[in-house]
Design a protein around this ligand. Structure first.
Ligand SMILES: [Zn+2]
Length: 255
């Protein structure tokens, strides 16, 4: 289960073909409170990809993890220094082009391990998935964590919609890259129970408008590496199940 980018082209040829899956971790460079790095969603997406890859390989698939997509649409965080935001159509075109290249080389499945929940970004991925299903020539799985059924498997804080740089995300970074968490700041951060997902439904368009003047929501001071490790396993299960659901419905269609 070598990363695809570390393979030679001949090794990549071996890794492709029927029974092969490529996993694309998708994150963002985006403000995540005063205690987490801009690359938080990339760290989470890579952890999800790794945990999913282990499960898919155990089912007998050949799995290559792709380099992460690190630039994307991040309009909600644009008011905070360091956040880099692409136009959604750029993101859609990038993901579709990656899928077309993978299909050309015979990969059977593209699994998108996405950890960034900005609504413009999610829409750009939905558009990419529709286009890939229409004509890219490979199976695509994209479990949207912000939607049912997947959201129901995640923590109470996540389900409340206070799901940006709070306990959920901070715990994962504590598990994966503890040296990047400003832990003194984290421990002293007041809770911010404002629901980002409700604010999005109400038409708000930035973290500030949504009630997150420091670019975080939820309960970051409650984060623990144990919760992070458990969550990563759940994210891996979600990716695995989403891929198998797609492969199952493909088998149904071809009957
Ligand atoms: Zn995040």
């Amino acid at each position: 289960m070598q990363p695809l980018a570390a393979m030679t082209w001949e090794e990549a040829r071996e890794a492709s073909g029927p029974g092969s899956a490529a996993i694309l971790p998708v994150g963002a460079i985006e403000a995540h409170g005063p205690h987490l790095p801009l690359e938080t969603d990339i760290i989470i997406a890579q952890a999800m990809a790794r945990a999913g890859a282990v499960r898919l390989a155990a089912r007998g698939l050949r799995v290559g993890v792709l380099p992460p997509l690190t630039y994307t649409a991040a309009a909600f965080g644009q008011g905070f220094a360091g956040t880099l935001s692409l136009r959604p159509e750029t993101v859609t075109a990038t993901v579709v082009d990656i899928a077309r290249s993978l299909a050309r080389h015979g990969f059977e499945v593209l699994a998108i391990a996405n950890a960034h929940l900005d609504p413009g970004h999610l829409a750009s991925l939905d558009a990419a998935v529709s286009e890939i299903r229409r004509d890219a020539g490979l199976t695509v799985a994209f479990p949207n964590l912000a939607a049912k059924p997947w959201a129901l498997r995640l923590s109470e804080e996540f389900k409340s919609g206070a799901c940006h740089a709070g306990q959920f995300e901070t715990s994962i970074v504590l598990a994966e890259r503890p040296e990047l968490v400003r832990q003194t700041t984290m421990t002293a951060l007041p809770s911010n129970p404002a629901s980002l997902s409700r604010a999005i439904r109400d038409g708000k368009r930035s973290f500030e408008e949504a009630g997150g003047p420091m670019a975080y929501f939820g309960y970051p001071s409650q984060a623990t590496p144990e919760e992070g490790r458990k969550t990563i396993e759940v994210l891996g299960e979600i990716l695995d199940e989403a891929v198998y659901a797609e492969l199952g419905s493909k088998a149904e269609r071809s009957k």
